[in-house]
Design a protein around this ligand. Structure first.
Ligand code: GCO
Length: 470
């Protein structure tokens, strides 16, 4: 039975709320290419991907999926899918060459063209201001551990709101500040490749500050009807055993991996246990009066990126560890279950756990699943078709869990599938394919996979098939 047969069989459809937003997601450095075109200057990922040994096969985002030149074709693909929304990111180095000062009009023009193409296709643009591509000049000046970077980010946010605020209704300040702070400055597996727990904590705070200042800049420039958001990759944590030590391991990672952002942004405070856990690294004196009030400037929704759960137990972290204040106390264990090509377990229950936690912890905050999807080693058959039943199965199980969370009272307004296109998967280069559209990177030919057809049916029906009848 093909994936499409499942949808047309006699099943009990799991219907999503009327007006539910169905989207796809991408990021500038992962798909655009044109890395030196129209004034774009290097980001930390241009530098990092050119550093020997940092990215699989020495791959870079120089060409990627050549979206900068093929954007109309990619929007047409989304139109055929029937998506209501498209989550993309804006390359800061395309807009401000040094991260400061006047905007580059040709850079702004690309995003104006993209937004107009989307609107003409009846697709709602959802703009992310920062998806990890910090202008290298700002990194040279100290990067996110430096407070000034947050000030520059707020200026950039204002420029983008002035340029696109009349046409873009949903804005996300940051994508996954945890990855940018702890993988970029903690264990160095992401750009800029620095390894200092103090710097990762400073970066995390300055991301919270940058987010708050950017929200204020956006509010000043945008129509009152605009939606301002933040996207976090919160960790769905499970203890290996119910022992006190393993439960404390969960607490530690929840503090440094989740509440380090949730508490400042939604409560205007730092978690007390995080301050205790990190006392050997910092006294947090870089947090100034007013910073947490700024960080907690109200937003309209929270985006959640989810892929798989995390199992922890008392013990020592693998090294080099990104986990400031936890590395001597926490072990990470492989969660059971089938794996994706990222070796991530397929476990939709973690999405349900995360969403219902936020239902209880953040009552009244609308949620968006801003990323969910899976990489598999896809195979194009001789006719060019990509039969990807594992991806369909992953998506089906996670949409079922999402539906269950909504039924349980969680206010989730939309789902953005990661990703529209096969793209540059950071340190994995092009070796991992997350797209529902296959990209032949030699020819740049796009081929919708079977999962794209399946997703188009889900969108058309606003439902995912439930249990079989009888
Ligand atoms: C992330 C990023 C994406 C990744 C995707 C798969 O969540 O890490 O937002 O850019 O490519 O998640 O790892």
């Amino acid at each position: 039975m093909s994936a499409l047969d499942i949808l047309t069989s006699d099943t009990t459809d799991l219907r999503f709320p009327s007006g539910f937003r169905w989207g796809t997601a991408t990021a500038a450095y992962q798909i655009e290419g044109a890395a030196t075109e129209d004034g774009r200057t290097p980001s930390i990922w241009d530098t990092f991907s050119r550093t020997p040994g940092k990215v699989h096969n020495g791959d870079t985002g120089d060409v990627a999926a050549d979206h900068y030149h093929r954007m109309p074709e990619d929007v047409a693909l989304m139109r055929r899918l029937g998506v209501t929304d498209y989550r993309f990111s804006i390359a800061w180095p395309r807009v401000q060459q040094t991260g400061r000062g006047p905007a580059v009009q040709k850079g702004l023009d690309f995003y104006r063209r993209l937004v107009d193409e989307l609107l003409n296709a009846g697709i709602r643009p959802v703009a992310t201001l920062y998806h990890w591509d910090l202008p290298q000049e700002l990194e040279n000046a100290g990067g996110w551990p430096q407070r000034e970077t947050a000030q520059c980010f707020a200026e950039y946010a204002g420029i983008m709101a002035d340029a696109l605020g009349d046409r873009v209704g949903t804005w996300t300040t940051l994508n996954e500040p945890w990855c940018a702070a702890f993988l970029g400055y903690g264990n160095g597996v992401h750009a800029p490749g620095r390894t200092s727990h103090l710097d990762s904590l400073r970066a995390a705070h300055h991301f919270n500050l940058a987010h708050g200042w950017a929200v204020r800049a956006l509010r000043e420039a945008l129509p009152d009807t605009s939606e301002v958001s933040l996207t976090l990759n919160l960790h769905a944590l499970r203890p290996l055993t119910p022992s006190a030590d393993d439960l404390d391991a969960v607490r530690r990672i929840d503090a440094v991996g989740n509440r380090i952002f949730l508490d400042p942004v939604f409560h205007g405070r730092l978690p007390d246990d995080l301050i205790r856990d990190t006392a050997a690294i910092t006294d947090w004196s870089f947090v100034r009066d007013g910073d947490l009030a700024a960080a907690s400037t109200p937003i309209d929704s929270l985006g959640i990126n989810y892929y798989s759960p995390t199992v922890v137990a008392a013990g020592e972290c693998e090294s080099p560890s990104p986990w400031a204040g936890a590395e001597r106390h926490v072990r990470f264990l492989p969660a059971p279950g089938p794996r994706t090509a990222m070796d991530w377990p397929v476990d939709a229950g973690g999405l349900y756990e995360l969403l219902t936690r936020l239902r209880d912890d953040l009552p009244g905050v609308p949620l968006l699943v801003t990323e969910n999807g899976a990489a598999y080693h896809d195979y194009s058959d001789p006719s060019g078709r990509v039969h990807d039943p594992e991806r369909v199965s992953y998506l089906h199980s996670h949409l079922t869990a999402l539906h269950r969370a909504i039924e349980a009272g969680t206010d989730v307004r939309g789902y953005f599938l990661w990703s529209l296109l096969d793209n540059f998967e950071w340190a994995y280069g092009y070796s991992r394919r997350f797209g529902i559209v296959h990209v032949d990177f030699a020819s740049q030919r796009r081929t919708p996979k079977e999962s794209a057809d399946w997703y188009a049916q889900v969108i058309a029906r606003n439902a995912v098939e439930g249990r079989q009848e009888g």
